[in-house]
Design a protein around this ligand. Structure first.
Ligand code: GLN
Length: 305
């Protein structure tokens, strides 16, 4: 028995809908495109084609994985972010559109000296050494290396498997030679015996979901994405409490720190920076959906007596 592609897409969509998949129509098509190596834009030309039993079987196997809650991105192995393609597997978080605002601002800081469309509150430097802490797939650091001018990017992660993915993504995006990769917990890799390594800008999307919220997340997230990259402890702020006091020691003069936050964590994370006199210019930004998403701060200048 063979089947028309159009018919197959309808069956696929119906099965995904029945299994509670949110974007059933899109996902049924993406799985076909992935299987048959057809670009999305050419799919419509395939509708009247018939495909044989073996190909149908392969398609239904993919459909079953998606129906059981496996994220589309882990099945097809990639996700677009900032117009670039990133390989993903279950050892890294799937890059989210929410994070683009952090990257866009990091790029506008280094290229134009602007944050949130306004002049930077500190001097615009000629070159920026940037660190992406907890880089996962490398989406943030690699995008900055690719889109930023005169930047030198370092990416670090506690997970060696994540670093393997990030290194692959750097080469696939043509910046393999420009990025340094370090393995370790938060800023641990940058604490030498004698001297702490310093950067002009430190960015991070740390785990920030409250532990009690994890079981309420979509099955795609809670059963497939790395919990290590999501769970921020009882109030979601564990990693900010560890990272923020340490960041000050790893910033050059007028250094900048920019962290992604959960939509309801703006006051708490701003509070952590404001309680530490080594920071100033504490500001926030919203994502495209208008939710609080980024906290920015700079290293305070030395106070004159
Ligand atoms: N934004 C992600 C989510 O909602 C969480 C990312 C994180 O914890 N850093 O799933």
């Amino acid at each position: 028995m063979s089947m028309r592609v159009k018919e197959l897409m309808n069956i696929g969509q119906a099965q995904l809908e029945k299994c509670g998949v949110a974007d059933a129509a899109i996902d049924s098509k993406q799985l076909y495109c992935f299987l048959m190596h057809v670009p999305n834009s050419k799919l419509i030309l395939e509708y009247q084609r018939t495909i044989d039993d073996a190909q149908c079987d392969e398609y239904f196997k993919l459909l079953d994985r998606r129906s059981a809650g496996e994220p589309l991105q882990y099945i097809v192995g990639f996700q677009e972010f900032m117009g670039l393609t990133f390989r993903v597997n279950p050892s890294v978080l799937i890059p989210r559109m929410d994070t683009e605002v952090l990257v866009e601002n990091a790029v506008s800081i280094v290229n134009e000296g602007k944050f949130g469309g306004e002049e930077l509150p500190v001097k615009h430097k000629k070159d920026y050494e940037v660190l992406d802490v907890g880089c996962g797939s490398g989406a943030i650091g690699i995008s900055i290396a690719k889109l930023g001018k005169r930047v030198k990017v370092t990416c670090s992660d506690i997970s060696k498997d994540a670093l393997t993915v990030a290194e692959k993504n750097a080469s696939l995006n043509g910046v393999g030679k420009d990025i340094e990769f370090k393995s370790g917990d938060l800023l641990e890799p940058f604490k030498g015996h004698f001297k702490k390594r310093k950067f002009d800008m430190i960015v991070s999307n740390p785990p920030y979901i409250r532990s009690d919220v994890i079981p309420t997340l979509q099955r795609e997230i809670k059963e497939h994405e790395p919990i290590l990259a999501l769970d921020g402890g009882p109030d979601g702020l564990d990693q900010y409490r560890r990272l923020i006091p340490d960041v000050a020691d790893h910033l050059n003069k007028e250094g900048i720190v920019m962290l992604e936050i959960g939509y309801d964590q703006m006051d708490a994370v701003k509070g952590l920076f404001k309680a530490d006199e080594r920071f100033e210019n504490v500001m926030g930004l919203q994502d495209l959906a208008g939710r609080d998403r980024v906290v920015f701060a700079t290293l305070a200048g030395k106070k004159k007596k």
